[in-house]
Design a protein around this ligand. Structure first.
Ligand code: UDX
Length: 451
């Protein structure tokens, strides 16, 4: 049993702490936010993540997971300290490293034995070296320490399974032995472990997120072109995805990427490049395409409804994506704001995010279910592709609405079926094609039918 300290119990930290505890380690999770730590001691989760409350409870009960606000307690007899603090965007897109610096200083002042400091937060390339300087400069006694980068690749909504079955673990360090020790902690996960230098590991995180964001902006651009040329972007994505060099994932056209990572990481990577005199053209195009998605949704509704003033519009989903209550950089916030400014009345339903969303959009009427929300609406807009929206009684919804305008910002419904039901339906990139048949997948062998 290894003893691990996890600094910062936000999204990444709490999942990391609970999962390492579940793998049999003794984990002390630390946060300077006393309210958060007191809540966690009572079993209250600061975020919604499927399975997390149960995982935390199980490991607290088994005496493997502890919560504290004291660095001194957290670092006693501890061999590994994972730093999982927030790195928000600064004004120009640069990462704000205040919390990383604070935690490095506190670790330096309270460490009592040799310590491997592992950075999981997404930090600009070069931060590992900078952290080492801070620790060196603030140590009370000279105790050996090593800095390792171990970027997180957790997706909200599936963070526990992403942690337990990662595609890879990337470790960066200038000290091979320290990286090997951190690799040992990850061996039970049975995933490829790559050891490289600090800066390369830090860059792998940015490059991965920027690439995924590029895929999303790419398919959104293709969706725009499909609309003009009469092709269906959903089927285009399926057809592309069978090519193993492309792959089927991250090709869902929608309202653009949001959340706490992609917007900030693409911006930060562009900032790092610009600081060194480079002009990252592709990254700027990715951001521009993404920035156009929200106003595009408002324009579409405008076109479908005519004058928006006084119209009642229902938002299906508020969180930036499904299976989370995270509202950070959620398209719903900007879209609701723009529609309200045009004089619309906005109602909304989200399975878990309404409590978090309410203070961010006080004028929006939160409804207890999609049917109550649809009552008297002139238009509905799908913002988040929650599974439960795929099972709605659409005829009932149609009967409740004032006008049958339906804008599906996540392409979760079948356009033909929606039109057949009587909706004035619009998806994204689903241009009408008179030659379209129903047999898109019928000649695909069983084993490969779903990419
Ligand atoms: C992401 C990365 O996937 C993860 O590896 C990283 O560590 C943190 O950032 P997350 O922000 O939780 O995870 O969400 P993700 O599932 O990656 O989706 C990001 C955004 O892209 C969401 O707004 C989502 O709705 C959007 N998206 C995703 C699309 O619009 N289309 C897609 O095909 C996929």
């Amino acid at each position: 049993m290894k003893q691990i300290c996890v600094v910062g119990v936000g999204y990444v930290g709490l999942v990391t702490a609970a999962c390492f505890a579940d793998l049999g380690n003794r984990v002390i999770a630390l946060d300077i936010d006393e309210k958060r730590i007191e809540g966690l001691k009572r079993g209250e989760m600061p975020i919604y993540e499927p399975g997390l409350a149960e995982l935390v409870a199980r490991n607290v009960h088994a005496n493997r997971l502890f919560f504290t606000t004291s660095y001194s307690k957290a670092l006693e007899k501890t061999e590994f300290a994972f730093v999982c603090v927030g790195t928000p965007s600064g004004v120009d897109g640069e990462a704000d490293l205040r919390h990383v610096a604070e935690s490095a200083r506190a670790i330096a002042q309270h460490m009592k034995e040799p310590l491997i400091i592992i950075n999981k937060s997404t930090v600009p390339v070069g931060t590992g070296d900078w952290v080492a300087d801070i620790v060196r400069g603030h140590q009370v006694n000279e105790i050996p320490f090593w800095v390792v980068s171990c970027p997180e690749f957790l997706r909200e909504g599936s963070a526990i399974s992403d942690f337990m079955s990662p595609h890879r673990t990337v470790l960066g360090s200038l000290d091979r032995e320290a990286a090997e020790k951190v690799a040992q902690l990850h061996l039970p996960l049975r995933s490829p472990i790559m050891i490289t230098d600090l800066r390369t590991a830090e860059m792998i995180k940015y490059a991965s997120n920027a690439f995924l964001a590029t895929k999303i902006s790419f398919i959104n651009e293709i969706a725009n072109i499909c609309e003009e040329l009469g092709a269906d972007v959903k089927e285009v994505a399926v057809g592309m995805g069978y090519d193993k060099r492309i792959g089927p994932f991250f090709l869902d056209a929608g309202l653009g990427y949001g959340g706490s990572c992609f917007p900030k990481d693409v911006k930060a990577l562009a900032y790092m490049a610009a600081e060194k005199g480079r002009h990252p053209q592709l990254l700027h195009a990715v951001m521009d395409i993404n920035n156009d998605r929200r106003p595009m949704a408002v324009n579409r509704l405008h076109q479908m409804l005519g004058d928006i003033r006084g119209k009642s519009i229902g938002l299906l989903g508020l969180s930036f994506k499904e299976n989370t209550d995270d509202m950070r950089d959620a398209p719903s916030v900007d879209i609701a704001k723009a529609l309200l400014a045009l004089g619309a009345k906005i109602r909304a339903y989200d399975p878990v995010a309404m409590e978090v969303a309410k203070p961010m959009m006080p004028e929006v009427e939160m409804c207890p279910d999609p049917y109550t929300m649809a009552q008297g609406c002139d238009a509905l807009l799908v913002i988040t592709p929650w599974n439960e929206f795929k099972q709605l009684d659409l005829e009932k919804i149609l009967g409740l609405m004032n006008q049958p305008v339906f804008f599906d910002g996540r392409n979760i419904y079948d356009p033909e079926n929606m039109s057949r039901l009587g909706f004035n339906y619009l998806g994204l990139g689903r241009g009408y094609n008179s030659q379209k048949t129903d047999n898109t997948l019928t000649h695909v062998p069983e084993a490969t039918a779903s990419p």
